[in-house]
Design a protein around this ligand. Structure first.
Ligand SMILES: [Zn+2]
Ligand SMILES: [Zn+2]
Length: 442
C-alpha cells in the first residue's frame, strides 16, 4: 500500500513536470523555426569570410553588433578581439555562454557554392588560404541563435547572461587573454560557464557529452640537441646530434609505455625534427618540436621531468660537457585539460534530452584533442564549466561512413562541412532549454 502511494506520488510529480515543460519546449521550437532563415544567412556570411586567429576583426564586430541589436551591454576588444555582452534580466544566476571566432589556414575543398575563397596574410607575412574548418562559424551562429531565443523568452527566466565571443582558440590563447584582460573582474562573475563545439563524427543534431575531463591539456616543447659536427667520413671525430636525437625520440616513447600509470592517458608526439644540410656533413645541432597531452597536472609534471632526464642522460652518455647539454623549452603554448563539472553537465544534458528526446543525448569518452575553454574553470574563482558537443555529420554521409567506409571529413580537414539545419535547430533548442532550466523558470 505504501509503495503504491509512493508510486502514485511519483506519477503525479512526473505529470506536473511534463505539463510544465512541454509548453516551454513548444515555445522554443517555434522560436527556432522563426529564426532559422536569418541565422542561415549569418552562417553563410561567417563561412565565406573566415579570419585567422588574432585577426578576427570583422567577425568580432559582427558578433558585437548582433549583441547590441539584441539589447546586450557590449564591450569590445576584451583580450584582443574578444567581445563580452551582458544582459541583465532581474536577480538570479549569472551564466556565461562562450563561442569562439577564429578560422584555420586551410584551403577549402568542400565545393559548396558558399565555400571560402579568402586568402590572408598570416603572422609570419605569408599568404595563406583561410577556412572555418573547425566549425567556429557554426558555433557563433548557434550562440547567436540561443541568445536570441533567450531574449525573446525573457519573461520565462531571470538572471544575467554573460555572452563571450572569444578570439584565438586555435592558438589556445584567447581564453587566457580574455581572463587576463579582466573577464572575471570587469563583468558579472558567472555561476556557470557553458560552451558548444561541433563533433564531425556524430549525426547532426545529437548531443554528446563527457562529465569530468573531456579534452586533454597540452603543452608544446622545443628541444635543441647539441653535438660536435664534422666530416661525415670521420664520425669518430664528432658527436653526432642526429644519432642523439634519434635515441632521444625512441627513449621518449618509453615515458608513456613504461613510466606513466597505464590507467592515466597521455601522449607525446614529436612533430618536427630538423638538423643538417648535406649528405656528408655531421651538423652541430638538431631541433625537435613536440607536444605533450595529459589529463592530470601530476602526469604532466612527471612527463616533463622524464623528458629533461632522458635528454640529459643521452647527452651525458655521448660524452658532451655540461655547457652542451640539450636546451629544453616548455613553451607558453599550453592549455589545461577541460575538466567539466559533472553536476553541471548532467543538469544541462538532462534538459537537452527533455527537449530533443533522450536518444539524442549520448555520453562519450574523453578525447586527447585540446580546447582552451578549460581555462575558464581554472581561475581562483573555480567556476563550474561544461563543454558540450553537437553532432554535425550529415545523416546519409554518416550512414555511408559507418556501413560502407565512406570518408567523413573531420574538423580541421579541408572538406569539413556541418549539416547546417539539424545542427542549428537542435543545437539552439537544446542549449536554450538548458539555460532556461539553469536560470530557473519564473
Ligand atoms: Zn580547431
Ligand atoms: Zn574548434
Amino acid at each position: 500500500m505504501k509503495n503504491t502511494f509512493i508510486l502514485l506520488l511519483f506519477l503525479v510529480a512526473v505529470t506536473v513536470v511534463n505539463s510544465r515543460t512541454e509548453p516551454v519546449n513548444e515555445r522554443i521550437w517555434n522560436i527556432v523555426e522563426e529564426i532559422t532563415a536569418t541565422h542561415r544567412e549569418i552562417y553563410i556570411d561567417l563561412h565565406q569570410n573566415p579570419e585567422l586567429s588574432l585577426m578576427e576583426f570583422e567577425t568580432s564586430k559582427k558578433m558585437a553588433d548582433n549583441l547590441e541589436t539584441m539589447g546586450f551591454e557590449v564591450t569590445r576588444s576584451v583580450g584582443g578581439n574578444g567581445v563580452v555582452g551582458v544582459l541583465r534580466n532581474g536577480p538570479g544566476k549569472v551564466i556565461m555562454l562562450r563561442t569562439d571566432m577564429d578560422a584555420l589556414p586551410i584551403k577549402e575543398t568542400t565545393g559548396l557554392p558558399y565555400a571560402s575563397r579568402v586568402v590572408a596574410m598570416d603572422a609570419s607575412g605569408a599568404e595563406v588560404p583561410v577556412m572555418h574548418a573547425c566549425g567556429h562559424d557554426m558555433h557563433m551562429t548557434m550562440w547567436l541563435g540561443t541568445l536570441k531565443t533567450l531574449v525573446i523568452m525573457k519573461d520565462e527566466w531571470q538572471g544575467t547572461i554573460v555572452a563571450v565571443a572569444q578570439p584565438a582558440e586555435e592558438l589556445l590563447a584567447g581564453a587566457k587573454d580574455m581572463i587576463n584582460d579582466g573577464l572575471f573582474n570587469r563583468f558579472p562573475m558567472p555561476d556557470y560557464a557553458l560552451a558548444y563545439h561541433v563533433n564531425s563524427h556524430v549525426p547532426a543534431g545529437s548531443i554528446v557529452y563527457c562529465p569530468g575531463p573531456s579534452h586533454a591539456g597540452t603543452r608544446a616543447a622545443d628541444i635543441k640537441i647539441f653535438g660536435s659536427g664534422g666530416h661525415g667520413a670521420m664520425p669518430h671525430n664528432t658527436i653526432d646530434p642526429i644519432v642523439l636525437a634519434s635515441r632521444i625520440i625512441l627513449d621518449l616513447q618509453t615515458i608513456i609505455s613504461r613510466e606513466i600509470d597505464p590507467i592515466k592517458p597521455a601522449v607525446i608526439t614529436v612533430g618536427s625534427i630538423k638538423g643538417g644540410a648535406k649528405h656528408n656533413i655531421i651538423p652541430d645541432e638538431v631541433e625537435m618540436l613536440l607536444t605533450i597531452r595529459f589529463f592530470e597536472d601530476e602526469v604532466y609534471e612527471q612527463i616533463k621531468e622524464a623528458i629533461i632526464r632522458i635528454c640529459r642522460g643521452v647527452a651525458l652518455s655521448a660524452g658532451l660537457k655540461e655547457d652542451r647539454m640539450p636546451l629544453i623549452t616548455f613553451t607558453d603554448q599550453y592549455t589545461p585539460p577541460v575538466d567539466n563539472d559533472p553536476e553541471l553537465v548532467m543538469r544541462a544534458v538532462s534538459s537537452m534530452g527533455n527537449i530533443l528526446g533522450q536518444d539524442k543525448v549520448i555520453r562519450i569518452p574523453p578525447r586527447t584533442a585540446a580546447e582552451d575553454f578549460g581555462r575558464y574553470g581554472r581561475t581562483p574563482e573555480n567556476i563550474p564549466v561544461a563543454m558540450i558537443s553537437v553532432g554535425s555529420a550529415n545523416h546519409e554521409l554518416y550512414h555511408d561512413h559507418v556501413h560502407h567506409g565512406a570518408f567523413l571529413p573531420p574538423v580541421h580537414h579541408s572538406g569539413y562541412v556541418p549539416d547546417f539545419y539539424p545542427t542549428f535547430r537542435n543545437g539552439v533548442a537544446a542549449m536554450s532549454r538548458a539555460l532556461l532550466d539553469l536560470f530557473g523558470q519564473r
